[in-house]
Every structure is written in C-alpha cells, then in structure tokens.
Ligand binder design. Structure first.
Ligand code: NAD
Length: 357
C-alpha cells in the first residue's frame, strides 16, 4: 500500500497530520503501508518553483494512492496562471488520468443541526455524486474570447463528450450503485443540449450491462431543485463535469460543514487521489481550528476504492462516528453549548477509537 502524501498549503499540513495518525494505527496493526511525501500547490512553488514539481509527479505515479490536503493561499494569488497552486491539482488529475470524481454527502445524525435545511428534510441523507472530471465544457476546444467584428467582444466554450468518455463514467456510476441501493440517477440537459442527448443514449446503452440497477434520468435544473426539496430520494447520481461541479457543491451544503466531506478521484484501475472537498482555509491556518474529519474520511475512501479493504474503510468511518458520539466538535460543526476541541484533539480521538475498535 504505497501512499503519496501531499499536504499542500494553509490547513493542509495540519489536517493531513491527523489523517497520518490514523495511518500510524493501521501500520502498527501490521498493514503494509509505505508513505512518501511531496510538495504541491504553493508549497511546490516555494520549494521547486512549480505548483506540481516533477519529483512530486514521479512520487504520485509510483504510488497506489495519493492523499492530498489542500492548496492555495493569498500569497500566491498574484502569480501567473501556470504557477498558481490550483494548477498543481489540475495537473496531477490530468497526468494520472483521474476521470471519475466520487463525492459522498452523508449527514451524521449528531450533526443534523449543522445543515441549513430542516432536520426532517435532511435526516438520514446519504448520497454519492459521481462526476466526470476530465472532459466537458471545461476542456472542450475551441474556446476563447474574440471580437465579433462589429465592435463587440464575445466569449465561447465548447461542450463536448465522446461516447467512450460517457460510457466509462457511466460504468463507475453503475458500479457505485451496485454497491449501494442499486438506484442510479443520470443527470443531463437533454431537452436542450446535443451533448446531453448523446449522454442519455450512451448511459441507457451501458445500463443493459447492469439489469440489477434501476436507472432514471433527470434534467439538471430539476435535480438542483430536488436536491433541496427531497434530498433523501437520491442515492447515486452520475453526471458530467459542469453539472457535477455545481450539484456536488450544493449537496455538500446539505450535510452541514464543508469540513466533513471527503472525495475520491479515480482512474480506470482504481488508482486514486483522495482529498477533502474544502480548500486550504487560510483564515484559520495554524490555529488548531481546522476540522480534520473530511481528510480522515478521504482516507477511508482510499481503503474502500484503491485497496479494496471495505473492512478498514468502515472501521475508520466508525471511529469518526465514535469521536462525534463522544461529543467532540471542531468549531465549524459545534452548536451552542457543545464541546469544542481543536484539530489535534479530534485526530487523537479518532485514532484512539480506531485503536480500541
Ligand atoms: P475554503 O474551503 O478554503 O474555505 C471556505 C470557508 O470554510 C472558510 O471560512 C474556511 O475557514 C472554512 N473551512 C474550510 N475547510 C475547513 C475545515 N477543514 N475546518 C473548518 N473550516 C473549514 O475555500 P476558500 O476560502 O474559497 O479558498 C481558500 C483557498 O483554498 C484559495 O486559495 C482557494 O483557491 C483554495 N481552494 C483549494 C481547493 C483544493 O485544494 N482542492 C479547493 C477549494 C479552494
């Protein structure tokens, strides 16, 4: 189990340190965990002049899985675009061919009050969004800005998917649904977009290989509405890059804090990059205030998807539950009167629960 550890910037190193505490427990139990550390984002720029240094990419290529903290910070905002921290993440996704982004949104009963929706609407929320990550209007050519010739400027992008790209993400959606409640909703805009008409056709064709999964289709505008109206009606959603970007952020808010939500980005062979969905939170960096649970839960996803150790994944998730059940809360998830602890104390509590489980 070769893991590349890329802490990044801001709170990245603090939250990754707590996830490593969990790895320490598992390594002590005898799991064959090997770790190597690299710089990415602003940290990459500071040490090697690049947001994705060649040495970091080599390390990630040699690993089975990558654990990433977060990148970015105000000190890097004025750098030219190719040197900016987020290029590190875009670059590593591209270099490793990570086309499938899995984002679970799960509301822990202990945190029902942290959601902006009424507890009776979100209680029991447990869904996964499978988002295509390397195609669509974010990468389609041609794109640009130009003059129309009559004194006006115009901007244009190209939405584009090949059937191969659609089929491979659809399969990840069906496989994910198969491991859960066998319900898959494919989200598109087939009433308006040709790209979406093809999307719907291909997903329907792939469905023939998964007769045990109930497939339905939904327009993206309706999906955005249903996510806040009846979020529990969803289990697994599969969608393209643009729609998935927006819907997964919407879904994350249903679950309360951004500090609780993990993600996985996978290639065709289950190699993956695992990271919390939040950013580097420069406003609280270095203050022992960051919630490390999204990073620890990302590690659980790593054991589930890359190492095929569902047992270890569940133990990590149960250890997180135990820490919450004990009443421990980092500031971002604390309601009035609850017991507030720091990043380190929360990490220690999860590690202790794991050790005793
Ligand atoms: P952010 O997610 O870093 O922070 C948004 C808010 O949520 C802040 O108030 C922050 O304190 C809080 N927050 C985030 N993570 C938290 C945690 N674990 N515990 C407690 N509170 C948490 O988003 P932002 O402020 O828009 O961006 C800050 C920097 O992060 C920028 O440079 C941005 O480019 C970068 N960013 C990186 C990633 C990534 O690495 N994948 C993703 C988004 C943003």
């Amino acid at each position: 189990m070769k893991i590349a550890i890329l802490p990044g910037d801001g709170i990245g190193p603090e939250i990754v340190r707590e996830a490593e505490r969990v790895l320490d427990v598992l390594a002590n139990e005898g799991l064959p965990i090997e770790r190597a550390r690299g710089a990415i984002g602003g940290a990459g720029y500071d040490t090697a002049g690049e947001p994705l240094p060649e040495s970091t990419l080599d390390l990630a290529r040699a690993a089975d899985a990558v654990l990433l903290g977060a990148v970015g910070g105000p000190q890097y905002d004025t750098l030219p675009r190719d040197k900016r921290p987020e290029q590190g993440i875009l670059g590593i996704r591209k270099a490793l061919g990570l086309f499938a982004n899995l984002r679970p949104a799960l509301l822990y009963p202990e945190l029902a009050a942290a959601s902006t929706l009424k507890p009776d609407v979100v209680a029991g929320l447990d869904l996964v969004i499978v988002r295509e990550l390397t195609g669509d209007i974010y990468f389609g050519q041609p794109r640009g800005r130009r003059s129309t010739g009559n004194g006006e400027r115009e901007g244009f992008d190209t939405m584009r998917y090949t059937e191969g790209e659609i089929a491979r993400i659809a399969r990840v959606g069906f496989e994910t649904a198969r491991k859960r409640s066998r319900k898959l909703v494919s989200v598109d805009k087939a009433n308006v977009l040709d790209t979406s008409i093809l999307w719907r056709e291909v997903v329907t064709e792939v469905a023939r290989d998964y007769p045990d999964v109930a497939l339905s289709h939904m327009y993206v505008d309706n999906a955005a509405m249903q996510l806040v109206r009846a979020p529990r009606s969803f289990d697994v959603i599969v969608t393209g890059n643009l729609f998935g970007d927006i819907l997964s952020d919407e879904a994350s808010m249903l679950a309360g804090s951004i500090g609780m939500l993990p993600s996985a980005s996978l290639d065709a062979n289950a190699k993956g990059l695992y990271e919390p969905i939040h950013g580097s939170a420069p406003d609280i960096a270095g203050q022992d205030r960051a919630n490390p649970l999204a990073t620890i839960l990302s590690l659980a996803m790593m054991f589930r998807h890359t190492f095929a150790r569902e047992d270890v994944a569940q133990r990590i998730e149960q250890a997180v539950r135990a820490a919450l059940h004990e009443g421990l809360r980092t500031p971002d998830i604390a309601a009035t009167g609850e017991r507030v602890v720091g990043t380190r104390r929360m990490g220690e509590a999860v590690a202790a629960a794991l050790r005793n489980a």
